[in-house]
Design a protein around this ligand. Structure first.
Ligand SMILES: Nc1ncnc2c1ncn2[C@@H]1O[C@H](COP(=O)(O)OP(=O)(O)OP(=O)(O)O)[C@@H](O)[C@H]1O
Ligand SMILES: [Mg+2]
Length: 365
């Protein structure tokens, strides 16, 4: 557990970067610090491993005052990942990852095998071990940065905008991989970003800061989106917050109706007989492939006949996914599948809306 207890940082020029911060980052969870540029996120993070010394208050790690600990030792117990990975350019990938193990006195062989194990963990092939950072893409460098921070298996990870220097598609991949990794490792993570979407996606708990390093609100993502504390938080959380909040609420209770399907290759008569305005096509394992319009079919069904716009939602998944499935289906019937992707049935837009209304309550508090 990391606890900020009235922590202040005033720089020599009088800038108060952090003004009396109180915050607890619980064990095994991701706590995100989010806020506009200059609000003191990096300063707060770097005070935890004492790369910056606070000018007031205390930071406790597992109830121990970090000011009384040896700074080098403190740092070795905390993985630190920064924007653009910050890899050593003249060291190979494996040597970069082994930085802390080597400092801890592990021998070459053990460090090397740890590097290889971690490369695999972060989704990079073992051949990359002997490359240099400039031979990797930005996203791959970030993965190495994460591997390096994990090398000595520290209980705490400090991450400062680790995914912000890559394009949005790679960023999403890195976020998904990071969440998978964390579900295995259960580290205590303090994660800094200025991106609210990243904050609500990754955070178990999100602290919104305003300039001057003061907390505007600390809450779980659903609460932050559904009940921002004031105008500053509401503005910062942004548009579509009602809809985005549906992604975090408990799943709506749905009773899917059976949906007739046909297979690819079905003849014109069969298609016209089975379907009304829109007919669902599934494969031999009953996995949905797409919708077709029976009236437009003039020859046995082929892949090109499929309408590809519809999304599918997993039964028991979020309201947001189910609503999207219903809205995106040309039939306006949301396709629901089980965990293996097999068709369970469909729900109409009206049924989804009613279930969401049930799930969020009818305006009572
Ligand atoms: N060494 C320094 N001396 C004086 N002021 C500083 C120093 N380092 C940072 N600051 C100021 O402290 C404030 C907080 O800086 P910090 O880097 O913590 O912000 P941040 O929230 O990480 O911003 P960003 O999102 O842009 O990274 C800013 O006003 C910054 O200009
Ligand atoms: Mg910063």
């Amino acid at each position: 557990m990391i606890r900020f207890d009235s922590v202040t940082k005033e720089y020599p020029d009088g800038t108060v970067a952090v003004g009396g911060l109180d915050l607890t980052a619980p064990d095994g969870k991701i706590t995100v610090l989010v806020g506009p540029s200059g609000c003191g996120k990096t300063t707060s993070l770097r005070m935890v491993n004492r790369m910056i010394e606070p000018t007031g208050g205390r930071i406790l790690v597992d109830d121990k005052d970090t000011a009384k600990m040896d700074a080098a030792e403190l740092r070795r117990g905390m993985g630190y990942v920064i924007q653009q990975a910050g890899l050593f350019p003249h060291r190979t990938v494996a040597d970069n990852i082994a930085t802390v193990p080597r400092l801890l006195g592990w021998d070459r062989r053990k460090s090397r095998s740890r590097s290889l194990e971690l490369l695999e963990r972060v989704g990079l092939p073992g051949e990359y071990a002997d490359r240099y950072p400039h031979q990797l893409s930005g996203g791959q460098q970030q993965r190495v940065g994460v591997a390096r921070a994990l090398a000595a298996d520290p209980p705490v990870m400090l991450m400062d905008e680790p995914f912000s220097a890559v394009d949005p598609v790679v960023r999403e991949q890195l976020q998904d991989e990071f969440l998978r990794l964390q579900s295995d490792l259960g580290k205590t993570i303090l994660f800094v970003t200025h991106d609210i979407d990243e904050a609500v996606k990754l955070g178990d708990q999100v602290a919104v800061l305003r300039v001057g390093g003061q907390i505007a609100q600390v809450a779980d993502p659903a609460t932050l989106l559904g009940d921002p504390h004031d105008d500053f938080v509401a503005d910062f959380v942004g548009r579509d917050r009602g809809y985005r909040g549906l992604g975090f609420r408990t799943a709506p209770v749905l009773e899917p109706s059976p949906e007739p399907t046909v297979r690819l290759g079905a003849g014109v008569d069969e298609v016209r007989r089975s379907g009304d305005q829109w007919l669902l096509v599934a494969d031999d394992d009953n996995r949905p492939l797409g919708w077709v319009e029976p009236s437009r079919i003039t020859a046995p069904l082929v892949t090109e006949d499929l309408h590809r716009g519809g999304t599918v939602a997993v039964l028991g998944g979020s309201s947001r996914a189910v609503l999207d499935a219903a809205l995106s289906a040309p039939s306006r019937r949301g396709v629901l599948v089980d965990d293996d992707g097999r068709l369970v049935g469909t729900v109409t837009l009206a049924e989804v809306a009613a279930a969401i209304e049930q799930a969020v309550g009818r305006g009572k508090r």
